[in-house]
Design a protein around this ligand. Structure first.
Ligand SMILES: Nc1nc2c(ncn2[C@@H]2O[C@H](COP(=O)(O)OP(=O)(O)OP(=O)(O)O)[C@@H](O)[C@H]2O)c(=O)[nH]1
Ligand SMILES: [Mg+2]
Length: 288
């Protein structure tokens, strides 16, 4: 696996961790760089709750991209833990990528994160499809103040700029053998990924505080029969997640089956786990 590629250059491998404020498009970017989905995406903040690894296999390199929860001012114990996850994922990495939104103000939060990264880190200005040239130029100038190594304007949605970004990441990796065999593209268990897909479809349909109040986990995997439990924090939230006559759960179940495996028999259950976001032992149990 680690033999010299035909180019004569040594094989390179390493970890590239993607950090930034919530909603800047880190997960969309990681999925786009990999060309497949490892991480769920939504228009709500704090979608990602774990550091998730996706592996990019190239002829002369292997990049282990690590998606992380958005760094933010926490209001709950869950929020504190999300920040810790992101910080931990920066330990010992080969390349750190700070993602900014081309269309949002660069604020103290971004500067705070940047100040904790090695100065040769990569700064990614994402969502360039949403701004015109002059806005982008101004944003790049503002981003320059963060004092990082290199700046890449990209769109994780259209793919603009991604090839150059990948090349820059690979160039920073040390020579070394691959960490994962070629068939591995995601290093989370299938059950964890499925639970995330259920949460993603719920996020599409929930508003306000509810996205944060929902957690999902697989409680039974007897293929093709799989049971996923959806936790909410209060009784009043249960009905919203179930939907009128079960309509929300039915739609979520159908969408997840379609995406994961139409042959699956998916059972969704909603359960109240009071204030789980604020209770250490509830979070431990959920692996959060
Ligand atoms: N127009 C546009 N939208 C994007 C782009 N990248 C991401 N988005 C959107 O931005 C929103 C947030 O994307 P995510 O990938 O979930 O953001 P994140 O940084 O991972 O968010 P957290 O996990 O909450 O920290 C979603 O609605 C995406 O569709 C982009 O390049 N262009
Ligand atoms: Mg994310």
């Amino acid at each position: 696996m680690s033999e010299q590629p035909r180019t004569g250059r040594p094989f390179r491998s390493g970890f590239a961790t993607v950090v930034g404020r919530p909603n800047v498009g880190k997960s969309t970017l990681v999925n786009a760089l990999l060309g497949r989905k490892v991480s769920i995406v939504s228009d709500k903040v704090n979608t990602t709750r774990q550091a998730l690894r996706g592996i990019l296999h190239l002829p002369d390199a292997q990049v282990v991209f690590v998606d992380t929860p958005g760094l933010h001012k926490p209001r709950t114990l869950l929020g504190t833990r999300l920040n810790e996850r992101a910080a931990d994922a920066l330990e010992g990495v080969d390349v750190a990528l700070l993602v900014l939104d081309a269309n949002a103000e660069i604020g103290r939060g971004d500067a705070f994160i940047a100040s904790r990264l090695p100065t040769d880190s990569i700064c990614v200005v994402n969502k360039v499809d949403r701004v015109d040239r002059s806005t982008l130029a101004a944003q790049l100038a503002r981003a320059g103040v963060l004092g990082l190594g290199e700046y890449f304007p990209v769109s994780a949605v259209t793919g603009e700029g991604l090839a150059a970004l990948t090349a820059a990441v690979v160039a920073r990796l040390p020579p070394g053998p691959p960490y994962y065999p070629t068939e591995v593209v995601r290093d989370s268990p299938e059950a964890a990924f499925l639970a995330e897909l259920v949460r993603e479809r719920l996020l599409d349909r929930l508003e306000d505080e509810l996205p944060h109040a929902v957690a999902t986990r697989v409680t039974e995997w007897d293929w093709p029969r799989v049971r996923v439990e959806i936790l909410v924090e209060r009784d009043s939230q249960k009905g919203i997640v179930i939907g009128r006559g079960g309509s929300v759960l039915r739609a979520v179940g159908a969408a997840v089956r379609e995406e994961f495996d139409p042959g699956m028999y998916l059972e969704l259950f909603v359960k109240v786990d009071r204030d789980w976001q604020r209770r250490a032992e509830a979070l431990d149990r959920l692996g959060l």
